[in-house]
Design a protein around this ligand. Sequence first.
Ligand SMILES: Cc1cc2nc3c(=O)[nH]c(=O)nc-3n(C[C@H](O)[C@H](O)[C@H](O)COP(=O)(O)OP(=O)(O)OC[C@H]3O[C@@H](n4cnc5c(N)ncnc54)[C@H](O)[C@@H]3O)c2cc1C
Length: 448
Amino acid sequence: MRLYHPAAFDFSTTVPSYWEASADPLGRTTQSLDGAHTADVAVIGGGYAGLHAALQLTKAHGLKVCVLEAGDIGWGASGRNGGFCCPGSSKLSYGQMIKRFGLQETGRFHTAQREAVDFVGEFLAANGIDAERTGNGELQLAHNETAIKDLKEEQAFLRDSFGIDSTFLSREELAERGNDSDAFHAGLQSDITFGLHPLKYVRGLARAAIDAGVTVFSNSEVTDWNSETGLHTLKAGAGQVTSKTVLVASNGYTDETLPAAIGGRLLPALTRIIVTRPISDNELKAQGWTRTDPSYDTLNLLHYFRLLPDNRFMFGGRGGTDASPEGMKAIQRSLRADFDSFFPRLSHVETEYSWGGLVCMTSTRLPFAGPIDGMDNVWGAFGWHGNGVAMASYAANRLADVIAGTRQHKDALPAMMQSLPGRFVLPSLRVQYLKAAYLGYGAADRWR
Ligand SMILES: Cc1cc2nc3c(=O)[nH]c(=O)nc-3n(C[C@H](O)[C@H](O)[C@H](O)COP(=O)(O)OP(=O)(O)OC[C@H]3O[C@@H](n4cnc5c(N)ncnc54)[C@H](O)[C@@H]3O)c2cc1C
């Protein structure tokens, strides 16, 4: 059971993304599951989380691991995201975290987010994966005068609480450095975050996992799960895998009955991206936008964007709640209109690619990596709140050590990521909640 139009879960389709058009093939042969197999650990989901956990379980702990992926490797969010390797895997503000968990735990979470970004950078370098790393730090852009004050407060908070320096940039300073747009009134540049080619990253990760001995089955959607006498049997297509341990790493694409213990705890949300044709240097200069730093605005319904290495503009934003092809076309039009209003001197530049996908939120507004309550040897890693390039990678790598029994859960990950998020109240209304939230946020964005 899934929450959106079936088009969002058609695992047999190729995602029509710029990443698909520009990445080298996987370069390893993967089969669909066929026949009966056994493993120490079976992993559902072949994205950053599933593959990182599988790699660590195999390489560092010598376990026999099978990954089951419903589409091609990286078919989910990992192969189609905006490529911001960044913090932000919780939707709680630091102020809210401090109230709930105290300053020390909040600091631990903040550190983990920074470590996660470094983890991906080091992983790419160590494995010779050319994922087109770009930009140096992220740029948060004030969408109006009120938001300037928010940026200044955030800068002071990061400095005073965590000793982190960031640079405040006025409207004029933004224009001088190559971030010129009348839509933005000021900016806050941090030194964390870089951009990457998400599909090159996930394919490089899959190659590393396969070469380390992980068995990866693609086009193998798990449709049935049976647990008996301490063993779990997952069925996909014409085959099955029996294992003592299962890791659920299917994030926004999770079938709510696999396992039922997860049902009602996740809230997948749509987001959409457009990518233009390559833009000439003269056209970029005319707009005054020449920097590649991953950037986003301060709207509740935020936009995220960056120049790609071949001067294409990637521009992303909210994907609405209608995942049908018609719904997606309407969102694409509104995204393009936003792009044109931010960058009017680029409004003649054609859109060449457009696609959408699902991110995953939770009722606690926190990510989760830990045991699934009420089940034996079943673990989950999900809920990255639209920012999982770094955190899904890092958390899954650490969770693998916990699953293998070489590290205590409490030492591996911040406490606030360790508890299974509760069920949403009236879970069948989750998409309606989201619709209402979008309406409320949209109104707040217009009036704030
Ligand atoms: C358009 C878009 C833009 C984004 N931009 C950014 C960004 O710029 N920066 C950032 O940090 N994050 C971004 N995200 C979020 C980020 O991509 C995710 O948080 C991250 O990829 C999650 O990785 P994952 O491995 O947990 O999940 P996924 O990559 O979604 O992998 C889950 C996999 O499970 C598979 N699956 C589901 N059900 C089954 C089943 N029953 N059997 C077998 N397999 C199954 C799916 O096919 C899928 O491939 C974006 C997401 C989208 C969609």
